[in-house]
Unconditional design. Sequence first.
Length: 268
Amino acid sequence: MSDPVLETKPILERFRLDGRVALVTGGGQGIGRAFAHGLGEAGAAVAVVDLRLDVAEAVAHELAQKQIDAIAVQADVTKPDQVQAMVDAILAKWGALTIGVNNAGIGQWADAESMAYSDWLRMIDVDLNSVFLCAQAEAKVMLPAGYGKIINTASMSGHISNTPQNQSAYNTAKAGVLHLTRSLAAEWAKRGVRVNSISPGYTRTKLVDDLLATPIGQTMLPTWMGMTPMGRMAEVTDLQGAVVYLASAASDYMTGHDMVIDGGYCCW
């Protein structure tokens, strides 16, 4: 009888991503940029995907400075043809795609009774529909190969209704990402593709810093931190371990799971 404890690769080797090819949407800034660095540092080749080519190129250059094989890809991930072109560009470069990190998204505070329908549709399109489009295109490569890791950026807002800001559209979109993740995980599990999600809590990014510099942002920060047991916002680097774990062989028996990384916010 085999003994997996003795015969499996050492644990730290199972976290390595050497020979893997990853894409990160929204990779030009914030959490996506941190994900791209984390995956590359663990050994993966990385396609940095963003709506803006200049920021994607800047991050790809940062990775190259670390001797990480990287390219920049411009794509609007709400457009099916551009999503397919994104995958085609990666296959043309490396001939494979093993890790898809569907991270691109937007946020908005708006009172439900006055929110424009066009704003509602945009939120659902960018934060939910794009995740489906990307996962679908990634799976069309991974399923025939019999292996792949899809990691969706959800949010603790998919589990709760945030306060004091009103953001029903964002919360709804992220809740959709959670159930889409579970549904795809169940559908593709027997064919070797694992689908999981990461749900950050309040995380310090440039966009959040800009928001907190406004008068309304300054009034909300004390409330947020008072409701966070750890008493601080996450840094984007606090999320890197999760994405590497979910992308690696160390998590091969995990699918349909959401990793909440929120400083304890959802404990209360």
